[in-house]
Write a protein that binds this ligand. Structure first.
Ligand code: HEM
Length: 438
């Protein structure tokens, strides 16, 4: 189905009423209808934006945009609010500046650094274990959404600041970054409060420049990084923007993932039993370290299935900076491109019974059978999520510890509804009765 808007160009057909795609419930619902009519690709005219928009939901086209022809695309619309929070950190920057920053930051996400950072992930989880043990003794009801939010925030903060985090907590009388978990509205008020925290990050950087302590954390790797062309380190402003970026990019995504995993385990008892068997049979004493991750392949499969059905970044965008062609369709420079892992991950041509929760989709054999670009919870190509591996390891450590001790029973109060905002969260917090396992 094609539409020719001029004698020269060919655009895919699409809804005729102009609409601005964005991270709202209305858009989420419209997309559910539109993908039924145009499952692979459609174009539409926008209301506030002047350029033509493409919704792209076909793995070969997606590969072309994100990988083969990625030099024809920049990050797209929808980052205005994120920019207020993050300055020019790598999630929003583009071009040569992004490339330089990504090169400098990438080593912090190598397997050797992550292996050391797992100690920080363990620390945050052990603290939570003690708290949960008390609650489980009385079969209390807990707000698992809040708990996973707090945990994921503490993990990324510990990974960034290691020992200095406790100093910050002491000096500030608590976790000053918890405004991110307390205040779910991503509005201007939050942006102002959050930017106020840059002072704290700046202070730590200054202190480290002065005292030169030995630290194993992201901040120390960033401070040691040198641009391979100029030999220059990052400026304070660049360091601060990147630290703030990781706090935002690395906390809510991981938190919602763990939230959805707990919910899924409470719904599928066969999956829960397999997770329990896996953790019971693993060789670690109390909590998995980096060396035990390979013993937890089923938790990884469950995590991947959760990221299929509930990809936290459910919609992301690109801006064509040069002309391109997707199959027979023209993509003129300026086009706004929208890609939704949520809808792609439910495309019936690539997923059998897409609505069914089934971690077997992620056995190595099953993965091999599938189009590689039918599954992109972390995006793909040069701008793929830098924390993808860290995010999965976080879940493996958390469930590797907690599933040995507890099971969670879903407490039905408010409905479990999707909230398609910047991240795909649950609209209402999920409550669970926490029970000791024996
Ligand atoms: C399950 C958890 C996570 C998911 C589903 C996720 C998803 C994504 C996606 C889809 C993108 C690309 C967005 C786009 O192209 O517009 C992205 C980028 C990014 N993510 Fe993640 N993320 C997760 C965890 C993390 C963690 C733990 C960190 C940091 C520790 C992190 C840091 C970043 C950064 C810095 C970028 C920007 C990379 C660049 O543009 O060069 N993410 N993430």
């Amino acid at each position: 189905m094609t539409t020719s808007h001029s004698s020269k160009s060919t655009f895919p057909a699409g809804p005729t009423v102009p609409f601005d795609l964005n991270t709202t419930t209305e858009c989420f619902q419209n997309l559910a209808e539109w993908v039924k009519i145009y499952p692979d690709i459609f174009s539409l005219t926008q209301v506030k934006r002047k350029d033509i928009a493409y919704f792209v939901n076909q793995p070969d086209y997606i590969k072309q945009i994100l990988v083969s022809n990625n030099d024809r695309y920049y990050k797209g619309v929808g980052f205005e609010r994120v920019k207020m929070l993050l300055g020019n950190g790598i999630i929003v920057s583009d071009g040569p500046f992004w490339r330089k920053q990504r090169r400098m930051i990438q080593p912090a996400f190598g397997k050797d650094v992550i292996a050391q950072l797992v100690d920080q992930v363990k620390l945050a989880n052990i603290k939570l274990l003690e708290k949960w043990q008390q609650l489980a003794n009385h079969n209390e009801i807990i707000n698992i959404t809040e708990s996973t939010n707090e945990l994921a925030l503490e993990i990324i903060l510990r990974a960034l600041f290691s020992e200095d985090l406790d100093t910050i907590f002491e000096r500030e009388g608590g976790n000053p970054f918890s405004i991110l978990t307390d205040d779910s509205a991503r509005d201007l008020k939050l942006a102002v409060k959050f930017r106020g925290l840059t002072r704290l990050v700046g202070d730590i950087i200054q202190q480290r420049r002065q005292d030169k302590p030995v630290r194993n954390d992201f901040v120390s790797v960033f401070m040691d990084a040198r641009d391979k062309e100029t030999g220059e380190p990052m400026s304070d402003k660049e360091l601060i923007d990147e630290v703030m970026t990781l706090i935002v990019a690395g906390s809510e995504t991981s938190a919602t993932t763990m939230n959805w995993i707990w919910y899924s385990l409470s719904q599928y008892h066969d999956v829960e039993a397999r997770v329990q068997a896996e953790v019971d049979n693993a060789s670690y004493e109390q909590i998995p370290g980096f060396e035990h991750i390979m013993e937890l392949p089923y938790i990884r499969q469950v995590t991947e299935e959760v990221l299929r059905l509930y990809p936290p970044v459910w919609l992301f965008t690109r801006k064509a900076i040069k002309d391109d062609k997707l199959g027979e369709y023209d993509v003129p420079a300026g086009s706004d491109i929208f890609i939704s892992p949520y809808y792609l991950h439910r495309h019936p041509d690539y997923w059998e019974e897409p609505e069914k929760f089934d971690p077997e989709r992620f056995t190595p054999e099953a993965i091999k059978q599938r189009h590689k670009f039918a599954y992109i919870p972390f995006s793909a190509g040069p701008r793929r999520c830098i924390g993808d591996f860290f995010g999965i390891v976080e879940a493996q450590v958390h469930f590797g510890l907690m599933a040995r001790h507890f099971r969670m029973e879903y407490v039905e109060d408010q409905p479990v509804e999707l909230a398609p905002e910047v991240n795909l969260r649950t609209r209402y917090p999920i409550h669970m009765r926490i029970l000791p396992r024996d």
